[in-house]
Design a binder for this molecule. Structure first.
Ligand code: AMP
Length: 206
């Protein structure tokens, strides 16, 4: 089963895609994580992507499509995958349609105002990728999974968040209509408690 998690930045795609990947036993493919890994390792792709990511802009289609195409060729993707943060443009969606069949697209919905608040408090672990929010951390600054110091993503700076939202509305939101027209879209209210959202996601995938 191939599932896409669509939705604005900060809508909880990463958290929900991670949970769904565990539930279904298939890998989560996050282009954001892949790009951050390239940037951390200072690879040529990471150097090409850095300026776009840090400005809140999309990395060129050819770069992310190439990355996804390579990853999909690996054996663990044979039973299906969860796409997290891909596709984000019409060109990416068209390219993906030529590689795999998509079974379901979950569109996580949330108000822009709630997004800005969520992203203000987001903390990530640079070592294991654990993502959390200050309101769940009880003042703790270390990763509850591996003990590393939690950090703030550079592109979660308030002015970059606003740019990422603008980019989402202009370039990614049209994919809602694209997948709706194919009868693949399920909208899931992503507001409120994580456990409640998880339950809504499970229902939408049934
Ligand atoms: P994310 O972790 O999904 O919020 O992605 C972080 C950043 O990585 C985005 O703001 C973009 O700069 C870049 N990025 C991630 N996925 C894509 C994609 N599918 N297309 C273009 N850029 C992407």
């Amino acid at each position: 089963m191939n599932v896409i998690f669509l939705g604005p930045p900060g809508s909880g795609k990463g958290t929900q895609a991670h949970k769904t990947s565990q539930d279904l036993g298939i890998p989560r493919l996050s282009t954001g994580d892949m790009l951050r890994e390239h940037m951390k390792n200072d690879t040529p792709l990471g150097r090409e992507a850095r300026a776009f990511v840090e400005a809140g802009q999309l990395v060129p289609d050819g770069v992310v499509i190439g990355m996804i195409r390579e990853r999909l060729a690996e054996p663990d993707c044979a039973q299906g995958v969860i796409f997290d943060g891909f596709p984000r443009t019409d060109a990416q969606a068209e390219a993906l349609a030529k590689i795999v069949r998509i079974d379901r697209v979950l569109n996580l919905t949330i108000e822009d105002e709630a997004i800005v608040n969520r992203m203000k408090g987001r903390r990530v672990c640079p070592a294991c990728g654990f993502t959390s929010h200050t309101s769940w951390l009880d003042g703790k600054e270390d990763c509850p999974k591996c003990g590393e110091n939690l950090t703030i993503r550079k592109d979660d700076a308030p002015e970059t968040v606003l740019e990422r939202l603008k980019v989402y509305h202009a370039q990614t939101k049209p994919l809602i209509a694209y997948y709706q027209a194919q009868g693949l879209l399920e909208s899931v209210d992503s507001g409120g408690d994580v456990a409640d959202v998880e339950e809504r996601v499970r229902k939408a995938l049934r």
